[in-house]
Design a protein around this ligand. Structure first.
Ligand SMILES: [Zn+2]
Length: 394
């Protein structure tokens, strides 16, 4: 069974907007309360406070000073604590950022883990506390069992629901891996990606101009007086442009990942440490990071849907400086050198070489054991010797 997410725009009426606002607020409050409790408990005891201990405080909080907590769906409050646990797990296990307190500004969301449904006939989302249904624009239907409903409000004030559905579709069998139908991808900042076939995938043209405009608007907004209506208005303009950029960028990524997964039997990428990259400063870089992580996320699930193999290799330092003809590593290569000629006479374009090496390395790597497919015996590429040489040089 394949899980798929379906997203619909919501049009709540006035009373529903207020009640949705209460849900966002209470979920944020419980999340932040849980985070504060966990930090306090850890500082006092050196141990981690379980979700159930925090959950047990909820009825008391409702009775005493926060009676309005009872107005929202209790399951959504519990889901917030489950998400908090997951954030801690990501921090400890996957070295992601320490969980942060949620702010009132920006995107808001809450989850409904059970007892929701989409009424396709009447175009409504039915969830607990909203029994009369929130008006919902049906763009496409789905079949299968609904798992989680995530209701969100964007920074520009639009409402959406994303429904996670366990569809009836079977997971397709993996395609065989062959050298001819494997593509290597090297992502970059100037060019979005370079493929082992030699093709450059450029960043969409609008991106550069829009990012420059975003920078100007952001600067202008942050100069406005704090708390003023002008400042609020200016930041809303920023949010609208931000949303527009994100939508167009996602559209570009969807087309690209669709093409890559439908045209190939295996896709080889470097397993970049996105969480680590997010720490950096400059805007263009930050947007690139977001694009890459979204690109990899889409590749991941589209590979699953289409039976395409996703081959990930670890960070492969000399991918742009290892000659794929003789295996020699060019240690003199500078970042500014876009092309170079190896001692053996082979001419290389840096990015294409990187993409080709990612492919070669992926086909030689242990990844193949992991996904349970062996190399076909007729494989013409001598990748093992390259691998051996790399280890010697390192
Ligand atoms: Zn060479």
């Amino acid at each position: 069974m394949i899980k798929k997410a379906y997203k619909y725009r919501l049009y709540p009426n006035k009373a529903q907007t207020t009640l949705l606002g209460k849900h966002f607020g209470c979920v944020r409050l419980i999340y932040n309360h849980g985070l504060a409790e966990k930090i306090k408990f850890y500082e006092q005891t050196g141990k981690s406070l379980s979700r159930y201990k925090i959950q047990a405080q909820l009825p008391v909080m409702k009775k005493e000073d926060r009676p309005w907590l009872a107005e929202v769906n209790a399951q959504s409050l519990q889901a917030a604590l489950i998400n908090l646990d997951r954030a801690f797990l990501n921090f400890f296990k996957h070295k992601m950022k320490f969980p942060r307190f949620k702010k009132k500004a920006g995107k808001q969301s809450f989850q409904v883990p059970q007892r929701g449904r989409i009424d396709f006939e009447n175009g409504k989302l039915i969830i607990p506390k909203f029994q009369e249904g929130i008006r919902c624009k049906i763009s496409r239907r789905f079949e299968g069992e609904t798992k989680t409903f995530t209701v969100s409000k964007t920074a520009t004030g639009k409402y959406f629901v994303s429904v996670l559905v366990e569809t009836l579709d079977e997971v397709p069998e993996k395609k065989p891996i062959t050298d001819a139908w494997t593509i290597g991808i090297d992502v970059g900042i100037k060019t979005f990606a370079t493929l082992s076939t030699g093709e450059d995938v450029e960043n969409p043209k609008f991106l550069k101009e829009e990012l420059a405009r975003l920078k100007v608007l952001q600067k202008r907004a942050s100069k406005k007086k704090k708390g003023s209506a002008n400042r609020r208005k200016a930041f809303r303009t920023v949010a609208i442009l931000h949303e527009k950029i994100a939508n167009r960028r996602n559209d570009f990524l969807h087309k690209l990942t669709h093409r890559l997964t439908s045209e190939n039997q295996a896709v080889a990428i470097e397993d970049l440490n996105i969480a680590g990259m997010m720490k950096n400063h400059c805007l263009a870089q930050a947007i690139s990071d977001v694009s890459w992580s979204e690109f990899f996320r889409q590749l991941d699930y589209k590979c699953e849907w289409t039976g395409t193999n996703l081959l990930k290799i670890g960070r492969f330092e000399p991918s742009s400086r290892t000659c794929d003809q003789c295996g020699k590593i060019n240690r003199e290569l500078k970042l500014s050198d876009r092309v170079w000629t190896c001692e053996c006479g082979a001419k290389h374009s840096r990015d294409i070489l990187a993409a080709r090496n990612i492919k070669r390395f992926a086909l030689a790597d242990d990844n193949l054991k992991y996904i349970g497919k062996g190399l076909p015996e007729s494989m013409p590429v001598d990748v093992t010797s390259l691998d051996g040489r790399l280890k010697q040089e390192a």
